[in-house]
Structures are given as C-alpha cells and as structure tokens.
Design a protein around this ligand. Structure first.
Ligand code: AMP
Length: 398
C-alpha cells in the first residue's frame, strides 16, 4: 500500500511517496517558487532524478508536475496515481480543536482555515494544498491531516495557560499549543521501543533541535509540557527565532525605534536567535566554524543556545520529578556531539554518563549513555513523514 505525504508551504511543496508494506521511501521531491515561476526536483529511491522548471501559478499545477514526475518522467516510480491509497498532509496548527489526526472533509478544511489566524504562514497554504489535491486527484483518494500541535493537546491548563488577563484566552484562545508534535511523538515512541518498555512507564525528555527547536516533557505516555507556545517563536533561541524574552524589552525597543507589532514579529522570528547574536548565519555549522576560528559573537551564540537548552531540560526534570530517558533529534540534535556532551556533563548530578566514542556518531540511531548512566540518552533521527504516513494508514484502515 502506497501513501503520498505532503508538506505544503505557501510557495513550496515537499512530498514523499512511501510504500507502507516495508515503510521504504519510493520517491521524494520538492516544488518551489509556486505562485512565482515554478520548479520541481524529484528523486527516486534508486537515485534517478528529474528536475524541471515549469509554470506553477497555484498548488494545482505543482501537483500536476508531481504526477508527471512520479508516473512519466525518467525518475518515475509508479504507473498511475490510482496506485496511491491515501494522501497524508502535515498541518502546522490544529489549535485546541484537533486532538489527533483525522480524515479530511469540508468541515475539517474550514476549521484548518479558521485556525490560520494563529499560523498565517502555514495553515492557509495547507488548505490550498488540500483543495489542489481534490482538484488534481478527485475525491476518490482519501486525505488525512496530521497536526504538529495534536501531540501537545494532553498538556494541562496549568502548563498551557499564560498568566495574562483571562479574557484573552476566552476571546482569542491565546495559550500554549506547542509544535513539532509529530517529531516528539515519533522519537518518544522509538525511545520506548528501544527501552523495551511501555511508554507509560518512562519519563522522557525529547529535544528536537534544528533550525526550529523545541523540547518536550513526556510522562505517563503523554506530553505534559513543551517549550514552544502560542506560536513556534516561544522556548529557547533557534536559528533566527529569539525564544522567550522579557516582553518589556520588546515594547522598549519598539518605542525607541518606532516599530510596529508586525516589525517586532519579523525581528523576533527572522532576525534573532543564532543569527541575531552571531551576526553571521542561522546555520549552526557556519556559527560553529566561526566560533572555532575565534569569533566572539559566534562563541556567545553557541554558549547561549547550549545553556538555554540545558535550562529547559532541567526545568522538565523538575516538572516530571525525574527523567528516565533523554533523546536528541533534528539537524543539530542528530549531528552536534559537542552540544550533547555539554548537556550530559551538566547533568552529572543525575549521574548521566555517555560513551564519548558513541557520541561522535552523527545522524544515526544510537544510545550514547553507558550502562552505568543514571539516565538513558539517545540520538534518534526523526522521521515526520513516516509518522504522517503511519497515521494516514491507520485512519484509512479504520
Ligand atoms: P533542521 O532544521 O532539522 O534541518 O536542522 C538544521 C540545523 O541543523 C542547522 O543549524 C544545521 O547547521 C544543523 N546541522 C545539520 N547537519 C549538521 C551537521 N552535520 N553538523 C552540525 N550541524 C548540522
């Protein structure tokens, strides 16, 4: 059975075709510059490639290009889209409405659209992609939506409420929703598998560290807290995002520089974090190289991010009254041994011990803690597309 997984942005469309009989990726690709010009790059699992520039005024033309790439191009992997059993979409914001993945119908599309007020860069694009799928593939292929937020819906009000006047929660649903939930769920399931334990019996902290970063506390098998908030700006510093700040710092800067709320939003989302402090890049590889070469601001950015990650982990150990397993994932979590070593050394009070040779591995699933360690520490490459495909299969099988 083949599942087509879609991750749509306003001008881009990432996709994978996954054979669920063996959970292998058959093909993956990316459409870019939708609405502007249009280009597709597509690759089959055996390494064949198809790249083309083709007009994509809307997501519908992008899907038509994907159909061509999959069924007719030199990198074709299927004869017809009739071979595809279902389509799974990644959706960024499900608010308090969507507590799990579900089949698409008109009501679901409308609700995702309404939640666009809380994810203006993402949800409207997801709706365009769902409608374009209906137009391109017809109603006969079922579509499933999988939300970044739904794994965090188990948080209690104690964890998700902001101490603002209550009316803003009632009027505008301002509260913590979290993000990266599909990734936190995928790697925490994997931790339980590797521990050969029921997830309900282990306290897990999952650290998704990439260009966007979040940390989640999982107890009794469910998320009890997570670092991202009302939007994915909250938490600790990321590639270009500031994470948590004293709001007064922002109102002060806004007054001094005569900035609007939209300007402040742009500064905090696009110009802050590792980029803002280093002044070099949002990419940890560039910043690490500059820090090694003696750049003080790059070194400060690296030190700040590590310290903030450690503080979040520490706060979740307190929130759960302990921790059994810590897991690193995402581009940085999977590939930065020094960051992992820093965190583990500073958890020495819990007798955390890692094998420095195993910790050197990059991008591989590995338990880096030793048998004597007081906490098990894992590196687990995330696979959100596979998680979406699994949910899609499970829902259409019901
Ligand atoms: P993601 O958003 O998960 O793709 O992660 C992007 C981040 O991961 C960037 O800051 C990259 O610098 C970092 N990253 C990716 N590969 C490596 C690597 N081999 N070593 C260090 N950092 C990496």
């Amino acid at each position: 059975m083949k599942i087509f997984v879609v991750n749509a942005g306003s001008s881009s469309l990432k996709y994978q075709l996954i054979d669920m009989d063996n959970e292998q990726v058959l093909a993956k690709g990316l459409c870019e510059r939708i609405g502007v010009t249009g280009a597709i790059s597509h690759k089959s699992a055996d390494g064949r490639k198809y790249e083309a520039e083709t007009p994509m005024p809307t997501h519908s033309e992008a899907f038509e290009a994907v159909v061509y790439a999959m069924t007719k191009s030199e990198a074709k992997v299927i004869d017809s889209f009739d071979e595809i059993s279902a389509i799974g979409h990644r959706i960024v914001q499900g608010g308090a409405i969507f507590k799990g993945s579900c089949l698409v119908d008109e009501d679901v599309i409308e609700k995702i659209s309404e939640l666009g007020a809380m994810a203006p860069l993402h949800n409207p694009a997801h709706v365009l992609a769902i409608r374009a799928c209906i137009k391109t593939f017809g109603e006969k292929i079922p579509q499933v939506v999988v939300f970044d937020t739904s794994f965090h819906q188990t948080m209690s009000a104690t964890a998700y409420m902001y101490p603002l006047p209550y009316e803003y929660y009632e009027k505008y649903q301002v509260r913590k929703y979290g993000a990266h939930g599909t990734s936190h769920r995928f790697v925490s399931d994997r931790v339980a598998d590797l521990e050969c334990k029921d997830k309900k019996d282990i306290k897990i902290i999952t650290c998704h560290l990439g260009n966007g970063c979040s940390i989640t506390a999982i107890k009794d098998g469910v998320c009890i807290d997570t670092s991202m908030g009302f939007t994915p700006l909250d938490g600790f510093m990321m590639g270009t995002r500031s994470g948590t700040l004293d709001p007064s710092a922002l109102t002060y800067i806004a007054e001094k520089e005569n900035l609007s709320p939209a300007d402040i939003n742009t500064i905090c989302n696009k110009k802050s974090g590792m980029l803002g402090i280093s002044g070099i890049s949002n990419d940890n590889r560039d910043i690490g190289a500059a820090a090694d070469a003696g750049n003080e601001r790059a070194k400060l950015a690296v030190d700040m991010q590590r310290y903030q990650i450690l503080k979040f982990i520490g706060s979740y150990i307190a929130a759960m009254n302990g921790v059994d397993a810590i897991c690193f994932t995402g581009g940085i979590g999977e590939n930065d041994p020094e960051l992992r070593e820093y965190v583990c050394e500073n958890l020495g009070f819990l007798n955390v011990k890692i094998d420095k040779e195993l910790n050197k591995l990059r991008g591989k699933e590995v338990k880096i803690s030793t048998d004597e360690s007081g906490v098990d520490v894992f590196v687990i490459p995330t696979n959100e597309e596979l998680a979406i495909a699994r949910d899609t299969l499970s829902i259409i099988s019901k």
